[in-house]
Design a protein around this ligand. Structure first.
Ligand SMILES: [Zn+2]
Length: 142
């Protein structure tokens, strides 16, 4: 049996991509229309880091290093069957679900010039390590 699949994508892209699973966010500060079917807050960066990187007081590389360390510290919770939606009722993230950010397919112009352009790109690596197949930005899951 193959590993379950998670899709990581932008809210904007989902308007034109048919998917059957639930749609969650993994954002520090989602706007009301970005809440979807709930939040996977284990995958959300801390709001203070987001504010710091956007205001220029934290380097993007440090932002991603903090985020990578956050995921590494909870790696067991990222595995299929353990990753949960924790806004509203607690339930599992299932095969075929999509987790979204507001970044448009990983492009945040002027913010992250090198390295990842969105925290979901870091999350994709960690989720694969935890046992998911991951389709990032509309690419085929692997
Ligand atoms: Zn993003």
């Amino acid at each position: 049996m193959s590993a379950p699949t998670l899709f990581l994508d932008s809210w904007a892209a989902l308007r034109s991509v048919p998917r059957t699973g639930q749609r969650y966010h993994a954002m520090a500060a989602p706007r009301p229309f970005e809440l979807g079917d709930g939040g996977v807050t284990a995958l959300a960066p801390r709001l203070e880091w987001l504010r710091a990187v956007k205001s220029g007081t934290m380097a993007p590389a440090d932002y991603f290093a903090h985020y990578r360390a956050q995921l590494a510290s909870i790696s067991a919770q990222l595995a299929p069957g353990w990753l949960i939606v924790d806004s509203g009722a607690l339930h599992d993230v299932y095969d075929g679900d999509t987790i979204c950010c507001s970044c448009k397919r990983g492009t945040a112009p002027g913010l992250f010039e090198r390295g990842p352009s969105c925290h979901l790109e870091v999350a994709a690596e960690e989720l694969r390590r935890a046992g998911w197949r991951v389709g990032l930005w509309g690419g085929a899951p692997w």
